[in-house]
Design a protein around this ligand. Structure first.
Ligand SMILES: Nc1nc2c(ncn2[C@@H]2O[C@H](COP(=O)(O)OP(=O)(O)OP(=O)(O)O)[C@@H](O)[C@H]2O)c(=O)[nH]1
Ligand SMILES: [Mg+2]
Length: 199
């Protein structure tokens, strides 16, 4: 797939704010600061489409990016940053629950983890959630520019195992900085979307 068109359509806090059409969704989840918004910018070749920050907790809303007028990339708020109140955490849980309540349009969740670190308890919880809801998943290991090739290979095996996913679940390492792995990721995304011909 080649991304030719990308636009932020809407930001939502609840289902009433989601796009009301039937286009498929591909949603990104992961720890705060792992690089979800950066991945959207890298995939779409637009440096400022999604807001990126060195400070965790930048994305607090559910942002819907319409891609090629064909599907939505959904940027979900990150989890697991220390300095948030309990109310904030509950708000996050509520937003995620509501989003995952209706998965009819959700074709894939991209679960992003930082290639340099083992998955956290919250990553494992998210993996369980994805399995519970039986959502097709693509694992993406970010910041591959920070690790040598040999260690990337080893870490990919570890990540899959610690998250409890089978060999059937694809995992791609990538870097939003060097752009390594992005082509692979786009090719993988194609496999989750309905064929254009049959739409
Ligand atoms: N070296 C490197 N840095 C990256 C990469 N991807 C993201 N970053 C950096 O990581 C930081 C966080 O990136 P974001 O894209 O804002 O992370 P996020 O997951 O959207 O964070 P929240 O919105 O808080 O959930 C920024 O400083 C990015 O520049 C990558 O592939 N390599
Ligand atoms: Mg973000």
């Amino acid at each position: 797939m080649e991304i030719k068109k990308a636009e932020l359509v809407t930001s939502a806090v609840n289902a009433a704010g989601y796009p009301q059409d039937d286009l498929p969704h591909i949603a990104m989840v992961g720890k705060s600061n792992v690089g979800k918004s950066s991945l959207i910018n890298a995939l779409t070749n637009r440096s400022k489409l999604a807001r990126v920050s060195g400070t965790p907790g930048k994305t607090r809303l559910i942002n819907f990016f319409l891609i090629n007028d064909r599907f939505y990339l959904v940027d979900l708020p990150g989890y697991g940053f220390a300095r948030v109140s309990r109310t904030e955490k509950e708000k996050w849980g509520g937003m995620m629950n509501e989003y995952l309540e209706d998965t009819s349009r959700l074709k894939c969740i991209i679960l992003i983890v930082d290639i340099r670190h083992n998955p956290t308890e919250e990553d494992k919880q998210m993996a369980k959630w994805i399995q519970y809801y039986r959502i097709p998943v693509l694992l993406a290991a970010s910041k591959a520019d920070k690790l040598g090739k040999t260690r990337i290979k080893a870490q990919i095996v570890t990540v899959r195992k610690l998250l409890g996913f089978s060999d059937k679940v694809p995992i791609v390492s990538y870097s939003a900085v060097t752009r390594q792995g992005l082509k692979d990721l786009l090719e993988q995304l194609d496999t989750f979307l309905p064929d254009l011909e049959s739409e």
